[in-house]
Ligand binder design. Sequence first.
Ligand code: PHE
Length: 370
Amino acid sequence: MASQTLEQLGVSAPDALEELFTRLTGALEQEAARLTASGGADALEALRVRWLGRKQGIARAITDGWLKGAPPEMKRIIGQRLNALRTTAERVLAEKQTPAATPEAGSDASAGGPGRTIEGIDVTYPGWRRQTGARHPLRRAFDEMIEIFLSIGYSIEQGPEIESTYYNFEALNIPEDHPSRDDQDTFYIDPKTLLRTHTSPVQIRTMESQSPPVRIIVPGRVYRRDSPDATHSPMFHQVEGLAVDTNITFADLKGTLDHFMKEFFGPQVRTRFRPSFFPFTEPSAEVDISCLFCQGGQQGCRVCKGSGWIELMGCGMVDPAVFAHVEYDTSHYSGFAFGMGVERLAMLKYGVPDIQLFYQGDIRFLRQFL
Ligand code: PHE
C-alpha cells in the first residue's frame, strides 16, 4: 500500500492517515514476530530491505509517494508517524540482531565494539588499544630525589599544607614585617591560618617531636599568591632538608648538596655557594650549579643567560633563634637546612620549558615520560 499514493488509497483525512500508520506498524511488528520462528540472518536482512531499504523500502516509498502534494496538516502527520515507524523498524532489527539470529557472528557478538557489523564480527578489525599510564614527571623527580637522600641516611617527614602562622613564620624567625608575610605572597585562611608557603614549617614540627640527631627530607606541596606563567604557579612542590647533630658544619652542607647535585644531574655538574639571607638560617647561601646546557658559560646560552651558572636552591646553617623555639641545646648541636623547588629541578633535568605543562594533564606531554 505504500507504493500507492494517498489519493489512490482514498486517504484524505488526518484520522484515516493515523489509522493507516497504525496498520503499517502492526504489520511490521507481526513480520518481526514471525522472524523469531524462522530466524536467520537472511530473513533479518530481507526485513531490513523491505522496510528501510534505501531504494525500494516502504519508508522510502512513503517519503516519495505520500508527502508530495499533501496538505501541510497531513505532511506533519506523515513526518511524525514515518519517523516513529523507522524507529520501530530499527529497534526490531536491533533486537533480532542476536547471536541466535546470526550464528556466524559467534558468541562474541554481544561484546559490541567497533568490529560489530550487521553481519556479526569483523575479525580483521583492530582491537581496543588501552593507553598505558606513566609516573607523572613530578612524581619521577620526587622519587629520584628521595632515593638519593634515603641512600645517605635521611628519612622522610611530612606536615600539613594548611598551617598556622606560628609554624610557617614565627618559629622560623620570620618577623611580623617580613615581606614574605605580605598578603601578596600568602594565601590566608584566617589571620592565624594559611596555606604553607614553604616546607620549612616541617623542620619545626619534626624538631618539636624528636631530639637530635635529625636527618630528614620533606617532600610536599606549597602555595604562593603568584600569577601563573612559564615559571610561576600558585601551587608548586618543594623538598626540604634538615640535618641536626653534634659537629655539623657548613662543609657538611656543601658536601651533601654537591653530592646530591652530582647524583641528580650527573657527575659533570659543579656547585657554587653564594652568600644570601634567610631568617631561619645563618649564614645562608644560594646554591648554583654549572649550566647543564652550555657547560659553563659560552655566550648566548638562554638558560644561564651566559653566566655559566644556574641558581637552584636556598640553604644555610640553622639559626640559633630557630633552635630556641624547639628547645634544642645550641651549645651541643648545630645543623643545616635546605629547600629546593621540585618543578625547577625537573624542568632543568627533563628539559621542560613551561611549568604549566606539569599541571595540565596533557597526554601528549605525559607520554614523553613513559
Ligand atoms: N624555605 C626557603 C624557601 O622557600 C628555602 C630554604 C629552606 C632556605 C631551608 C634555607 C633553608 O625559599
